[in-house]
Design a protein. Structure first.
Length: 388
């Protein structure tokens, strides 16, 4: 008999499994239907020996000291600040150019052959920005700041490919993830902590799950676990609608197909990622892992991301009608006794890794308030019974 069945060995499940086992002495069974731990952050050596991320590039960044400190118990870090170039056709020369993304001072100067200063760029954007009274959609966010030409060059095609929706149909929060800058800062993220787990994500998860009270079974799905094991409570990190048998209909998710390639050369790209916003190009971006990992190797591996309707559910799709449907599932989840819903798919939130870690730690605190810990041995049982 386990105290907990944790469904999913990604960030949400692994963080909670460790807390429950280490802090409370609970006996925890972690399952994942995939053959490995780590969820979408799983990394491994490919056939050539290059460390790659099976589910696309994962770059860790956070402003939360608490999240960074917690993960630091399970890994050392390699400082890394991600940089991205976007390949677009210059409106002035008609040539393909690679320019910094997020759009910054250098992006505009290079694209238009200008020599603007920061202040001048502010005015340049203001001249082009469209009047948007209420910013609702992912189109509003961008055209309201930089105008239509840059929106079409950098955002419209990329977004239509990634989501199979026009930016006007998507919540503003989606394109708002990518800021616009007037300075020369070319980092993709500006968070206080930006680093990669020194030995990779999988090694970090292995350390987190390496506890005598934790049993890990990969290649096992929830249905099988229910037949084979007994447990008191569940941590669910899969899609919330799947848990409830799609009772209210399917929540939409967006998928990707990853094309991994190993090249017989030291380096393939000038930065960790090159984005391809043009709608005619079927992939959205290509990433080279050695930038992220710092690995020294005579070969290099890259991954192309092709958006797809079918496949693993990678992205909740932020738009009002989906949020309304999620609310109906959230009501069911709230009413579900002894099951806790945590993570990107279980709470239908477009969360980064650090946000999932924060959510899992907060869930643990809530559990601490309402679930009495399982006595692990006679001595502890006696102390619990004595109210000590
Ligand atoms: P997951 O990692 O999806 O884990 C859930 C697990 O549950 C899965 O392994 C799944 O197999 C398992 N599962 C589901 N249903 C069942 C079932 N019925 N039975 C058994 N097991 C089940 N975040 C960042 O911070 N930085 C990045 O650079 C970044 N890049 C990303 C790139 C891509 C392409 C994607 C898709 C996401 C990226 N993310 C990034 C987001 C990051 O992947 C997530 O925030 C994080 O991995 C979510 O963790 P999770 O535990 O909620 O879910
Ligand atoms: N986006 C875009 N052009 C870009 C980069 C991003 O239009 O060059 C939009 C697109 O809609 C994308 C969203 O901004 O889905 C968020 O980008 P981010 O890089 O955060 O996506 P993720 O890494 O989560 O896939």
């Amino acid at each position: 008999m386990f105290d907990w069945l944790v469904v999913g060995a990604g960030f949400a499940g692994s963080i909670l499994a460790e807390r429950l086992a280490a802090e409370r002495g609970d006996r925890v069974l972690v399952i994942d239907k995939r053959e490995h731990i780590g969820g979408n952050a799983y990394d491994h050596l490919d056939a050539a020996g290059v460390l790659i991320h099976r589910y696309g590039p994962h770059i860790f960044h956070t402003n939360s000291e608490a999240v960074f400190a917690h993960l630091s118990k399970f890994t050392a870090w390699r400082p890394y600040e991600h940089r991205v170039l976007a390949e677009v056709v210059s409106p002035t020369t008609g040539e393909a150019v690679r320019v910094p993304m997020p759009i910054n001072l250098d992006t505009i100067n290079k694209l238009y052959g200008l020599d603007l200063t920061e202040d001048q760029l502010e005015a340049w954007f203001a001249e082009r920005a469209e009047q948007v009274d209420v910013v609702r959609s992912s189109e509003d966010v961008v055209v309201g700041k930089v105008g239509r030409e840059l929106y079409e060059l950098f955002f419209r095609g990329y977004t239509r490919k990634q989501w199979a929706l026009d930016p006007s149909e998507l919540d503003k929060s989606v394109t708002a993830r990518v800021p616009t800058r007037t300075n020369r800062d070319d980092r993709y993220f500006t968070d206080k902590f930006q680093a990669m787990p020194r030995d990779g994500y999988t090694a970090m998860f292995a350390k987190m799950l390496n506890h005598p009270n934790i049993t890990v079974r990969t290649g096992v799905d929830f249905a099988e676990a229910r037949r084979r094991f007994s447990f008191r409570r569940v941590i669910w990190t899969g899609p919330v609608d799947e848990y409830f048998g799609h009772r209210h209909g399917r929540l939409p998710y967006r998928s990707l197909r990853f094309q991994h390639e190993t090249l017989d050369q030291q380096q393939a790209l000038p930065t960790g990622t090159v984005n391809h916003p043009a709608e005619a190009t079927p992939f959205t971006r290509v990433s080279e892992y050695k930038h992220l990992t710092g690995q020294v190797h005579p070969k290099t591996s890259v991954t192309y991301e092709f958006p797809a309707a079918e496949g693993d559910p990678y992205y909740p799709i932020p738009r009002p009608e989906n949020q309304a449907l999620y609310k109906r599932y959230e009501a069911l989840a709230d009413a579900e006794r002894d099951t806790w819903f945590v993570g990107r798919l279980a709470t239908y939130r477009y969360y980064n890794m650090d946000q999932v870690v924060g959510q899992a730690l907060a869930t643990f605190e809530r559990i601490q308030k309402v679930v009495p810990p399982a006595p692990v041995n006679d001595e502890i049982a006696a102390r619990v019974a004595a109210g000590d």
